[in-house]
Design a protein around this ligand. Structure first.
Ligand code: ZN
Length: 334
């Protein structure tokens, strides 16, 4: 694990050969829009974080659900956005406030998502899948977010360089690219303070996922659902990482909740140092993720960082705080 030279409080790790995970610490508060923070402060912190990870970040409206949203940005993205006249503001197209003039950007982004979503087999209507949060970001309505995107492809680069898309589709037109901008890729983020952040990357980095798995999500099988979706989207090996979360012995719960959880995950039952009931949610999620990751030819990594005892991170149990750490995944090397 290394730290960013410009943002020392940001941890970064490689996930597979083609993706990077970033994890914020308590030195970067004000990232969660739904917990009472000032929206403008959240906006400023998220801008700073996007600068640090060098990618626009897509957030989620996490509600301890088992909903996983897949957004496929490989489908003629450039045309959609160029027609909307958003130009270089593509980077912030999911935002209410942009220099192109307010809601036009988010409206275009929204219709883009609707278009993409309706093209996906079995996809639900996306109208309910996205909403603006308090900080003005268009966020995925779910606890799992999968982004498919071009890495070296020209769809995003074309868009980013204003109207240089070719007629024969998003995958061509390298020669039309002015080369003045690097291809733009999106990052996915999950906010936690004790729950388990799960980050997934395909071996080629084209498909990434961020998942929020707490006790309820684990019971609902969100990790299994997300990684199975990734498996259906790509035949590439999958690399899975569990970020900082509360460890088993620190997660004391009542006997009823304990019994409910171990009925589904017998080996996730544990106890505190005092001998009271506790559960290991990361252990339960491991059961859901490890086999699929390793069978795909990929890797499984549990950072084994406990949010309650490691004071670099926020812990709801320890601090009863509205603050969250962000675990972010984006394609590309650190
Ligand atoms: Zn612990």
């Amino acid at each position: 694990m290394s730290t960013n030279s410009r943002y020392p409080s940001l941890l970064s790790l490689e996930l597979g050969p083609a993706a990077t995970v970033f994890i914020t610490t308590v030195d970067m508060p004000h990232l969660a829009a739904h917990t009472g923070d000032d929206p403008l402060t959240v906006r400023a912190t998220r801008d700073c974080l996007e600068d640090a990870v060098e990618a626009p970040i897509i957030w989620m409206n996490q509600t301890h659900s088992t909903a996983v949203i897949h957004t496929d940005l490989t489908a003629r993205t450039s045309n959609t956005f160029n027609q909307a006249g958003l130009g270089d503001d593509y980077a912030v197209a999911g935002r209410k406030e942009t220099k192109t003039g307010g809601s036009a950007a988010s409206n275009a982004w929204e219709s883009h998502l609707l278009t993409l979503s309706s093209q996906m087999p079995g996809a639900r209507s996306s109208a309910q899948e996205w909403e603006l949060d308090q900080a003005g970001d268009l966020v995925a309505q779910g606890d799992g977010l999968i982004i498919s995107q071009h890495l070296n492809g020209t769809a995003l680069a074309n868009f980013h360089t204003h109207g240089s898309q070719s007629d024969d589709g998003a995958d061509s037109g390298v020669g039309n690219n002015t080369g003045s901008h690097a291809p733009l890729t999106y990052a996915a983020a999950v906010l936690t303070a004790d729950c388990v952040p799960i980050l997934i990357a395909s071996h080629d980095g084209q498909h990434i996922a961020a998942i929020h798995a707490g006790r309820k999500g684990a019971l609902g099988g969100i990790a299994q659902q997300a990684i199975t979706m990734m498996r259906e989207i790509t035949t590439q090996p999958l690399h899975v990482m569990l970020g900082p979360s509360i460890c088993g012995p620190c997660y004391e719960i009542d006997p009823t909740t304990y019994n409910e959880f171990i009925a589904q995950y017998p080996s996730a039952g544990t106890q505190t140092l005092q001998g009271t009931y506790a559960i290991d949610v990361a252990g339960a999620v491991t059961q859901q993720c490890r086999e699929i990751a390793e069978c795909s030819g990929g890797t499984f990594t549990d950072l084994r960082l406990c949010t309650l005892t490691d004071k670099r991170f926020y812990s709801y149990r320890r601090d009863h705080t509205g603050q969250r750490i962000a675990s972010i995944i984006r394609p590309g090397k650190p």
